[in-house]
Design a protein around this ligand. Structure first.
Ligand code: 2NL
Length: 357
């Protein structure tokens, strides 16, 4: 009896998995198991023998049964421990950083320009990019025969066959937006018109789509002195130089009289540009007093009102401010490239509400 007990307890202790435990159970307690047979033999025994053996066999059966389930439980525990040790997860690891986009330099500069002029009381006006020939040219004192029409490298929209009206155009400047603003609000008015403009020209320094901002201030006694102050104030804020110096050169535009091109003092030393100091001048914009015919086209009486207008290229301003040497940078979106040239929207907390993107 003791041998039997020891044999099965050893077998149970040595069982390495559930199948082995089941084998031991069948061997001992199955229908033809060793202990089951022994219990059946009780029937052939004398009453005394049965009274001696019966309880012992029952106790042995119970002991083996509980040893089997204890072994099963401990194997399951061991398996769980092993899984827990292998399948751990470090929830304190930092996340994997993912590359994120930044605002395009042209958008950034447009917002900077808008913010500076907003501080001087200029509203933002917008308008269509496909314009009528009248808004893009006639209203700006550029009649059909005017040579400036050819110089504008205009993209023309198609007309239906037999429709002989002048075709619409992709606007070549944002001036039409200001004509529409004058018609809409009348005088006095102070607006800027930033946006896309189009000219059929493509080389190292020109792209067929580029960005312009024009400004317009009309009141009873606006003069070129006001123009000079507004542009100086703009350049001081935009280029972040205190003693900024501007130079006005007489020029000609059909839509202004008199007209002036405006240069900013700068230096070119060792191939690097410094704005605000030095002995060089760089042209940054065109300007003038709005031509009486242009005021009239905007529905404003030129005998009662006058004012200035100016226009400048945003792409070029962005290149100057952020040291971008090649226009093509605006058309590939390689962030590493932009970072290389020190462009970061993150460093401009006053814009975009300081988003930490
Ligand atoms: C340049 C020159 C200029 C204007 C744009 C303008 C608009 C209206 C009336 C009169 Cl509605 N003038 N715009 C005036 C002078 C110059 O742009 O070189 N731009 C890049």
């Amino acid at each position: 009896m003791d041998d039997l007990r020891q044999k099965y307890l050893d077998a149970i202790a040595g069982a390495g998995d559930e199948a082995a435990i089941e084998d031991v159970r069948v061997q001992a307690l199955g229908k033809k198991g060793e202990i089951s047979l022994k219990m059946r033999e009780l029937g052939q025994m004398s009453a005394e023998e049965r009274q001696a053996m019966g309880p012992k066999l029952n106790a042995l059966k119970d002991e083996i049964t509980s040893a089997l389930s204890a072994r099963k439980a401990s194997l399951a525990d061991a398996a769980l421990e092993e899984r827990l040790a292998a399948e751990w997860l470090d929830v304190t690891l930092p996340g994997r950083p993912r590359p994120r986009g930044t605002i395009h330099p042209v958008s950034q500069v447009t917002e900077e320009i808008t913010a500076i002029f907003a501080d001087m009381g200029f509203a933002v006006a917008e308008g269509p990019q496909i314009e009528s020939d009248w808004y893009n040219f006639d209203a700006l004192n550029i009649p059909p025969e005017h040579p400036a029409r050819q110089e504008h490298d205009t993209f023309f929209m198609a007309r239906a066959a037999g429709d002989n009206r002048p075709p619409h155009v992709l606007r070549t400047h944002t001036s039409p937006v200001q004509i529409r603003a004058m018609q809409g609000t009348g005088a006095p008015i102070r607006v800027i018109a930033p946006g896309r403009v189009y000219r059929c020209d493509y080389d190292q320094t020109h792209t067929p789509m580029f960005h312009q901002v024009e400004g317009l201030a009309i009141d009873r006694d606006i003069s070129m002195a006001n123009l000079k102050w507004v542009l100086e104030e703009f350049c001081r804020a935009f280029f972040e130089v205190e003693g900024v110096e501007l130079r006005f050169r007489a020029s000609h535009f059909p839509f202004t009289e008199p007209s002036a091109e405006v240069d900013i003092r700068c230096s070119w030393e060792g191939g690097t540009l410094k704005i605000g100091e030095g002995n060089d001048w760089m042209e940054i914009l065109g300007s003038g007093m709005v031509h009486p015919k242009v005021l009239a086209a905007g529905g404003i009486d030129p005998d009662e009102w006058q004012g200035f207008a100016f226009g400048m290229g945003i792409d070029r301003l962005a290149m100057l401010k952020y040291g971008i040497p090649d226009l093509r940078a605006f058309f590939d979106s390689d962030l590493r490239w932009l970072r290389h040239y020190g462009f970061s929207a993150l460093d401009m907390p006053t814009l975009h509400g300081g988003l930490s993107r």
